[in-house]
Design a protein around this ligand. Structure first.
Ligand code: DPP
Ligand code: ZN
Length: 872
């Protein structure tokens, strides 16, 4: 396939300042008339051909400056006009015909549950009409939608509504005008019969904005939390970034078939319904938190993405990394900052670190791609956010805000690059950020090795940085790593120093810029305990010689919540890895009793937030452990080791945990807020431990029967199905859940997920059987992700069974899904990304499965790209 390269960028020869669309909707024959005002780019070549992008299009009619059928070449993929008017500006009219019902790729215009909707990012608009479908071509859109009134009383597009009326024969129309020039990927259209939850918002300058969230009839109440999150997001962006909304209406539509989480189309966000619909009986606390974050994320794109967009798709992180950073900050302000940060780091390590450490590694700003859809990755999003966070750490809050203000002022209405973004911060601060810029351009997770020593009032830190080689980048340059730290004395207080040499240290941050530093802190009163990478100030791995006593001390005393959590997590990881070695070496498992005592102390420490305590005593996942071991992985041995530690902690804390479980019972009314969620989280982690000891199945069964919210219900169900699989309690609970929630697909996803992640090799048969369940659909991305996605990504012993049967099955499923939805199959295929870190037998089986996809003839560019890069 074709490879696109960053260095090949050049501006388009033509611009399209205005786009008028008339869309006449019918399920299998929708017509789109596009009236494009086209201009030669000032200063461009004399009369280059006009080449418009298409994807599977059928051209029905073409008219150039009122001349019908001008000379042209049209294929489904391209429209070329060589003879163009001599004028600088001309009008091209194109009519295309689409089949929304046949569109299972969910890109372009399609129908989901009877609702017409669009998804155009990154290259879906070219499935609607021929266009310069690239983000640096900004156009003002005027859209007219026509449809039968009965099937589609609701007609929405971007911008403000300007006209509507009846057409006779039961048809009607609506016209929308979006005054803000935008790239085609932000175009959206929705038509259907939906219910509405309405509200309004007064902006900081006193403008009234009408807010609407559209959902299936009867589900309006389930949008209340999303609406609340939207209003809080609008206020927050005004207060924290000075950004105000800029249209008269802001609409959100929830659809049930959607490849992504949501899409930030100007004034008309389209959402996967999983991230809109919630009440306590259908959604977990995690769902509520995700809804809050994604509503905010898409809303924040209005400035970081829409008003200022990307010059080309290599710059995707310009809008995504920055907007993730903004939604993280929002959630931190709405909830608990410390807890939020720990959760972010866990996600980064679970999703981005394996990407950076495997064959799919790429820089935050990639330099080449075959399929841009495959670059909506944890590296672009989550690491991209970490880079913005580091920038703020380096510059300080005030300078960072000044840079953002300049960014909005200087680049409003433009399509920009990462260089433009970095330049505003250089300009406001006078600093040179060229070394910092490597974070965008160099892939791989940097490692810092730190050797501390203390003598006569001087603390010496020998710091070495290295960035491991990644595909097509064997040699790396030294990076600027801001390492937040503290020196802690034996009384738990921060120690001072009088002088420091060997690197610049300011505001509690060591600026590591060279491959090696020898850092000396003078005038330190006693041997300090080192608290390093506080708040996870840099997305790196750390290797520090630190005694277990020091980690125990930090786990009990560090004032930085992340570092405190990290200390205990390191202790847990270390003992899990030693246990894993015992399992593989056939020696008896042993765990230090201090770990169990500390877990008990943290769980019961009322001075700490329950949400923090829950995170602290949650064991690293099997995937976390595999990542930290790094090579020759035997997932079965990891399972045994982890279960061993879990049982050990549970038995050592039986009484206090039982007591805590009783104490945390929630009798009051449900609230999805951080405090309520935190109590439930702690209680359910404790349930997970108690379930491992005698009477555990009854305890979980009782919680299942008594639960009044989805969080407690699925926690109990998961415990039963995983720890007491096949027990009467587990069977009864699974049946009961399906009976109660069979009609609510989003709830059934949880039921699929729990069964798909039940440990052990029988999970494959379970998954096969569930694919025939009436609630399952191989066309719906949420269903597929709930069953096949969680099986491959979240069931280490099931997916990686030693005979390779699950790999072979999964490869067949990918080829099948790929026939309809390449984006989905390609995303699922990333489950193989760490195959080389498996032990040799599994490695061989995984390679065979990948090769069977690579060898198939009718594989999409999307899936082929992932598979071939994985095998390379
Ligand atoms: N919908 C995706 C997001 O908001 C792509 N823009 O991140
Ligand atoms: Zn985004």
């Amino acid at each position: 396939g074709q490879v696109f390269r960053l260095e090949d960028y050049r501006p388009s020869d033509y611009l399209i300042p205005q786009t008028r669309l008339t869309v006449r909707l019918a399920p299998d024959a929708t017509t789109v008339v596009a009236e494009l005002t086209i201009e030669r780019r000032p200063g461009g070549d004399a009369a280059p051909p006009l080449v418009l992008d298409g994807d599977g299009l059928k051209l029905k009619r073409i008219e150039l400056e009122s001349v019908a059928q001008p000379a042209h070449e049209a294929t489904p993929e391209r429209l070329v006009l060589n003879d163009l008017p001599a004028t600088d500006r001309f009008t091209l009219i194109l009519e295309t015909e689409l089949d929304p019902d046949d569109n299972k790729a969910l890109m372009g215009l399609y129908r989901s549950n009877g609702v017409y909707c669009t998804q155009c990012e990154p290259e879906g608009f070219r499935r609607i009409t021929y266009f310069l479908d690239r983000p640096d071509v900004l156009s003002v859109y005027h859209v007219r939608i026509e449809a039968p009134h009965a099937a589609a009383p609701l007609l929405l597009s971007n911008g403000n509504p300007v006209a509507s009326g009846e057409l006779g024969n039961g048809w009607h129309f609506a016209e929308w005008h979006d005054p803000h020039p935008k790239p085609s990927y932000l175009f959206a259209l929705v038509a259907g019969d939906l219910g509405r939850l309405g509200d309004s918002f007064t902006t900081m300058s006193g403008r009234e904005v009408e807010l609407g969230i559209y959902v299936e009839h009867g589900k309006e109440k389930l949008a209340a939390y999303a609406m609340d999150a939207l209003k809080r997001s609008m206020t927050w962006d005004e207060e924290v970034f000075g950004r105000e909304y800029d249209l008269d209406v802001f609409n959100i539509v929830a659809v049930s078939d959607f490849n992504m989480g949501a899409m930030e189309n100007k004034g008309l966000n389209i959402f996967n319904d999983k991230y809109v619909l919630a009440d306590e009986t259908t959604a977990t606390d995690t769902d509520f938190a995700n809804i809050e974050a994604i509503i905010a994320h898409e809303y924040f794109h209005n400035w970081t993405g829409n008003r200022i967009t990307c010059r080309d798709w290599f710059q995707l992180c310009l809008k995504e990394g920055l907007t993730v950073y903004r939604d993280h900050e929002f959630s931190a302000d709405q909830r608990s900052r410390g807890v939020k940060r720990i959760a972010e780091v866990r996600t980064l390590r679970a999703l981005q670190f394996p990407e950076d450490q495997g064959p799919l590694a790429h820089p935050v700003r990639p330099r080449r791609y075959r399929e841009i859809n495959n670059f909506y990755t944890a590296t672009v999003y989550e690491k991209g956010s970490e880079v913005v966070r580091m920038l703020r750490t380096i510059l300080g809050a005030a300078m960072f805000r000044a840079g953002m203000d300049l960014y909005f002022e200087r680049h409003d209405g433009q399509a920009c690059t990462i260089e433009d973004f970095l330049k505003v911060f250089e300009d406001v601060s006078g600093r040179d950020l060229s070394q910092f810029g490597l974070w965008y351009n160099q892939s791989g997770t940097p490692n810092l090795t730190i050797k501390p020593s203390y003598e006569a009032g001087t603390l010496t830190l020998e710091i070495e940085q290295s960035v491991p080689p990644t595909p097509s980048e064997s040699r790396k340059r030294a990076m600027h790593i801001p390492l937040a730290f503290g020196l802690i004395g034996s009384d738990g207080k921060e120690l001072e120093w009088t002088e420091v040499e060997g690197a610049s240290v300011e505001d509690g941050v060591i600026h590591v810029r060279k491959r090696s530093h020898k850092l000396r802190f003078h005038g330190v009163a006693e041997r300090p305990i080192l608290s390093l990478n506080r708040g996870f100030s840099a997305p790196i791995t750390l290797a520090v010689e630190q005694k277990p006593e020091d980690l125990i001390f930090l786990a009990g005393h560090d004032s930085d919540p992340f570092a405190r959590w990290q200390a205990f997590n390191t202790l847990l990881t270390d003992s899990l890895i030693s246990a894993y070695r015992c399992v593989r070496g056939d020696t008896r498992l042993r765990f230090p009793s201090q770990i169990a005592q500390l877990a008990g102390r943290i769980a019961a420490d009322a001075s700490l937030e329950p949400a923090y305590r829950a995170l602290a005593i949650t064991l690293p996942s099997e995937t976390d452990i595999a990542r930290d071991i790094g090579k020759d992985i035997d997932p079965d041995a990891i399972f045994v080791a982890r279960r061993g530690l879990s049982d050990f902690i549970a038995r050592s804390n039986h009484e206090p945990f039982a007591e805590l479980y009783r104490e945390l019972r929630d009798d009051g009314p449900f609230s999805p807020d951080a405090a309520g969620a935190g109590r439930r989280a702690l209680r359910n982690v404790v349930l997970g431990y108690l379930a491992r000891i005698e009477g555990g199945a009854d305890l979980a069964g009782t919680q299942f029967s008594a639960a009044t919210n989805m969080t407690d219900l699925v926690a109990a169900l998961g415990t039963l199905a995983h720890d007491h699989a096949g027990s009467p309690q587990a069977e009864a609970a699974l049946a009961d859940f399906a009976a109660r929630h069979g009609a609510m697909p989003l709830a059934m996803d949880k039921w699929f997920q729990i069964q798909a992640t039940a440990p052990g090799e029988q999970a494959l048969d379970t998954v096969r059987a569930l694919m025939r369940h009436p609630a399952f659909s191989a066309d719906n991305p949420n269903r597929v992700r709930a069953l096949l996605g969680t099986f491959s990504g979240g069931n280490q012993t099931g997916f990686h069974r030693a005979d390779g049967a699950a790999y072979a099955f999964f490869a067949e499923m990918l080829k099948d899904i790929d026939q309809r939805n390449p984006q989905l199959s390609a995303r699922l295929a990333t489950a193989f990304r760490s195959w080389r870190s498996l032990e040799p037998v599994r490695q061989q089986k995984a390679r065979q499965a990948l090769a069977s996809i690579a060898g198939a003839s009718d594989v999409s560019v999307d899936l082929r790209d992932i598979v071939e890069r994985s095998l390379a």
